[in-house]
Design a protein around this ligand. Structure first.
Ligand SMILES: [Zn+2]
Length: 531
């Protein structure tokens, strides 16, 4: 009996075959920016090949090698490379790169990935910076190189921001142009021109400016022309001065610059659409919409479908109806308007409380704003922490510590978390410079709600409705009244103050100061009314 009889009991790690192996993969990487600076994939490839020949290594596969500009593409290729290294049937012993910064620029993160790979006996070998990572000092050397590459990267980012600022000042756009534009560079000059979609979007601007159409009508028309965008996108588009040739950007620090790109519309049209207080142009002819201003806005309380409007010409009567087949809910327009006016009147503010309400409200907003400012730092820290969690999950997935299901589950969870915090950050911006005017106009609106709605044109009615009830209203057919999923927080707040003033004149409702959620709601700027 000799020890060989026991050999099939011997233990062996799955990756031990990699030790001293000759199989390797080649990974090259260059960003488009570096390409301009004279870094070359060719140089990297040649150096790696020479090294592999000299040291009798066999290149099983090559990764990277394309000029990837987008960060995500680069990441994808990197992930593919790591997963190949770990899973390939030919046992991979080395990942060959030109220099350590070609492997990754992420410093500590790269050190972590490298150490995890080392546990599986895969080493990163930078052919121009040889370090035997099998030894402690070699490992240290490579880690220091990783850290320096991150530092270099930060320096480059700083330079890059300075370059972008300069370009913006000169009138060149530095990121992706908005929908409706083609963007390309020729002989080092940037060109941004209106494309086919842009020509259709131009019509949307004109409809909005001269034909008095609502956003919903415009969306419907664009849809027919094959352009599908969301209501939110359309609103943002109308407010984006890029379309009339103007550049605004965080990097410009409040400055406005004339852009060098093609204009989609004139500045006059843009300003007409975005007038701070819009005086509505006179209606030339009565449209079919005039008689049914609550169309699309009322939703069926039974099934949630938006109501449409129709007319019975023989009787000369207009109706609203639930658009869902078989729901059979139609009501006369007069009846529906009557209860809508009743709803509006319940938020009416009494003029005699004007001063105390305005004072109280200004104080309220100021205090909210201060506490929001204090929270900014907390939010930023929260975002950073979630971003770290996302990165960690990605790493774990790349390294095979977790499977795809788990990865996707957590990625989704953390991304959702991040979105929520970012939403909060966006909501805390509130400009106090013209708070007084703003409160005045809100008060005026609140004190005249039903009057304003009744005397407004179709278009202004629609805007007023959406301002006060941002999610529309639900019609309860049994009780014949409207349910309101969301009410403009300012209007509600003002009418609450008025209510409590009415009950007990000496007491101001200080208990509202805690309700910062009020201000986090949408609909905070009463901009588009001819008040
Ligand atoms: Zn219905």
């Amino acid at each position: 009996m000799d020890l060989n009889d026991f050999s099939h009991f011997a233990k062996k790690s799955e990756t031990s075959e990699r030790v001293g192996g000759i199989n390797c993969i080649s990974y090259t990487r260059v960003s488009s920016k570096e390409q301009e600076e004279g870094y070359s994939l060719e140089t990297q490839r040649k150096a790696i090949e020479q090294h592999s020949q000299k040291n009798k290594l066999y290149i099983v596969a090559t990764f990277g090698g394309t000029y990837e500009s987008a960060k995500t593409d680069e990441r994808k290729e990197f992930t593919k490379m790591i997963s190949f290294a770990r899973k390939s049937k030919e046992k991979i012993s080395y990942i060959l790169v030109y220099s350590v910064d070609r492997f990754s620029r992420s410093g500590a993160n790269a050190i972590y990935i490298a150490s995890e790979l080392r546990k599986e006996n895969i080493k990163i070998l930078a052919v121009t910076q040889p370090a035997d990572t099998g030894t402690a000092s070699g490992k240290l050397q490579q880690n220091i190189q990783f850290i320096f590459s991150e530092y270099d990267n930060d320096l480059r980012k700083e330079k890059c921001v300075a370059g972008m600022k300069e370009k913006l000042q000169e009138g060149y756009w530095v990121t992706k142009a908005p929908l409706g534009y083609d963007q390309y560079t020729k002989h080092k000059t940037q060109y941004i021109t209106v494309n086919e979609i842009g020509k259709k979007l131009r019509k949307a601007f004109l409809w909005r400016a001269s034909e008095n159409l609502t956003n919903i009508e415009i969306l419907e028309k664009l849809h027919v022309m094959g352009v599908q965008i969301s209501k939110q996108y359309l609103t943002e588009m109308f407010r984006n001065p890029f379309y009339c040739g103007i550049l605004v950007h965080n990097f410009l620090n409040g400055k406005v610059v004339e852009g060098k790109h093609e204009k989609l519309i004139s500045k006059e049209i843009f300003l007409q659409i975005n007038k701070p207080t819009m005086h509505l142009p006179p209606i030339k002819h009565k449209t079919e919409f005039e008689d049914t201003p609550l169309k699309h806005f009322i939703k069926c309380g039974t099934c949630g479908t938006a109501f449409s409007g129709y007319v019975v010409k023989a009787k000369g009567l207009h109706y609203y109806k639930c658009n869902k087949n078989g729901c059979k809910c139609n009501r006369r327009v007069d009846d529906m308007h009557e209860i809508f006016l009743h709803l509006l009147s319940s938020y009416l503010i009494d003029e005699k409380y004007a001063e105390p309400i305005k004072d109280e409200f200004v104080r309220f907003v100021q205090s909210i704003n201060q506490s929001n400012k204090d929270n900014q730092h907390t939010y930023k820290a929260q975002i950073q922490s979630v971003e770290k969690k996302i990165e960690a999950v990605e790493e774990k997935f790349v390294l095979g510590d977790i499977d795809k299901d788990l990865y996707e589950k957590f990625k989704l969870k953390f991304t959702h978390e991040k979105d929520q915090i970012e939403e909060k950050v966006e909501n805390v911006h509130f400009d106090l410079s013209n708070l007084k005017d703003w409160v005045d106009s809100y008060f005026k609106l609140g004190a005249n709600l039903s009057k304003i709605w009744t005397s407004s044109t179709y278009r202004a009615k629609a805007e007023l409705q959406n301002l006060i009830f941002p999610e529309g209203i639900l019609y309860d057919r049994e009780k014949h009244y409207y349910r309101t999923p969301r009410i403009n927080s300012v209007i509600r707040y003002m009418s609450d103050i008025a209510g409590s003033l009415g009950q007990e004149k000496s007491r101001l409702p200080n208990d509202y100061l805690g309700k910062s959620a009020l201000v986090a709601g949408a609909g905070f700027e009463p901009t588009t009314f001819g008040l």
